[in-house]
Design a protein around this ligand. Structure first.
Ligand SMILES: NC(=O)c1ccc[n+]([C@@H]2O[C@H](COP(=O)([O-])OP(=O)(O)OC[C@H]3O[C@@H](n4cnc5c(N)ncnc54)[C@H](O)[C@@H]3O)[C@@H](O)[C@H]2O)c1
Length: 383
């Protein structure tokens, strides 16, 4: 079977935790080249993933006719220039979210894609999560989502989000949720109201053109134990919930599955028993795993950081056990396999496009204005 030859450009934390591993285990893609500015990192990665070419200059990737598509996983400041360069060189592109921090920059990619005749997918990967694909089909069979509640709560403001800069949670994290709410309702947003008590913590109300509404609770102050995401929709008929991408429930939807569990996400280099554990136990499984891993983190951090035991146990947690945030299936593997299907068979794009990223950036801008001015912002008033 022919496999799409992919290069990963930007081989940092996300690429190592997701894209590299996912390409290797995918049914229809193969890892051709790793590209990063950091030569030392490339030496380590080519040792860990033998048989892979490497280079520090994207120019070499783009000049290589063997490479079908590039997965751009640099930080957001380089997404637009690298994506435009890759499209202009005739490569299909999968680029991480946020496509850009502003609608204006997203629009540059929309234009470049049209001119290139190639396809560009954006890593707002929840659209490809198995539980969310099922949820959307079930909701559509039952008259569509009318009222949505979405909770996304994590340690953004007190931990990993710090690297994106304070107050940028709407841009970097909630863009995923704006996108999935559009996906679930099949509708564009008409207006946005955003209230905030502290930086990186917001309640946001979206009104859709379809008349549907969504309420998003986003907090960057939740400890690791907290199940990060909860989706809930009241349809024309019945109610559906998805917890942590691993458990779907329906209520009052005759003929639909009542309860379905989804396996966790695996990584080729890491221990994988959590995958079947989450498939069996669903939400209770991921909550147990989160509590257990959070306890281990606290134990290890209490050790003397110069001790051999600290180094050994830190290494085990960081490199062998599942990364807590990556232990459920949020659609990263599905997105890569879909990218390869688009390249190989020209299937219609079902993942988020550059236009979807532009919409998410415009909703983000409306939320930022709403938060600052404490008023409902109509999308037609947003540039
Ligand atoms: N979809 C998701 O679920 C998800 C999750 C986490 C992060 N992300 C996104 O992934 C992106 C990467 O995040 P990260 O935490 O891995 O960042 P990172 O800083 O760990 O990695 C970025 C890498 O890009 C390399 N790089 C920078 N400029 C380059 C260039 N011109 N050519 C080649 N390599 C270059 C850097 O050397 C670095 O190794 C961000 O945009 C982030 O928002 C997405």
């Amino acid at each position: 079977m022919k496999k799409a030859a992919l290069a990963v450009v930007g081989c940092g934390k996300l690429a190592q935790n997701q894209h590299i591993s996912n390409i290797i285990k995918s049914r229809n893609a193969r890892l051709h080249t790793l590209c990063d500015l950091n030569g030392e990192l490339l030496k380590d990665l080519t040792r860990r993933f033998p048989g892979t070419a490497s280079c520090t200059d994207i120019g070499q990737v783009l000049a290589n006719p063997e490479i079908d598509g590039v997965v751009i996983a640099t930080r957001e400041d380089m997404h637009v220039p690298l994506a435009v360069q890759a499209l202009s060189a005739g490569k299909h592109v999968y680029v991480e979210k946020p496509l850009a921090e502003t609608p204006e920059d997203c629009a540059k990619v929309v234009s470049a894609e049209k001119i290139s005749g190639k396809k560009l997918l954006v890593g707002m990967n929840r659209r490809m999560a198995p539980a969310y694909r099922d949820a959307r089909e079930i909701l559509n069979r039952n008259g569509g989502a009318k009222a949505i509640f979405y909770r996304i709560a994590d340690a953004y403001a007190i931990d990993w989000g710090k690297s994106f800069g304070p107050g940028k949670r709407l841009i970097h994290e909630v863009c995923h949720i704006f996108d999935i709410c559009r996906f679930m309702t099949g509708s564009d947003v008409r207006s946005v109201y955003c209230l905030s008590t502290r930086r990186d913590e917001e309640n946001i109300v979206l009104q859709f053109e379809s008349g549907a509404t969504a309420m998003i609770l986003s907090s960057g102050y939740a400890p690791w134990e907290t199940p990060k995401e909860h989706f809930e929709a009241v349809a024309e008929v019945g109610v559906l919930t998805v917890d942590e991408f691993c458990e779907l429930n329906t209520y009052g939807m005759p003929g639909e599955v009542l309860n379905k569990k989804y396996p966790g996400h695996s990584h080729v280099e890491r221990e994988q028993s959590h995958v079947s554990w989450i498939a069996d136990a669903g939400l209770a499984g991921i909550v147990g795993l989160r509590r257990m891993l959070a306890d281990r983190q606290r134990e290890v951090e209490a050790l003397d950081h110069d001790s051999e035991e600290y180094r050994r146990r830190r290494d085990f947690l960081d490199h062998r056990l599942p990364h807590i945030n990556y232990s459920v299936d949020k659609g990263w593997l599905g997105a890569i396999e879909h990218f390869a299907d688009v390249i190989l068979d020209g299937v219609p794009v079902e993942a988020a496009t550059a236009e979807d990223a532009l919409s998410a950036a415009r909703i983000t801008r409306a939320a930022v204005i709403s938060r600052a001015e404490n008023r409902i912002v109509a999308m037609e008033d947003v540039d």
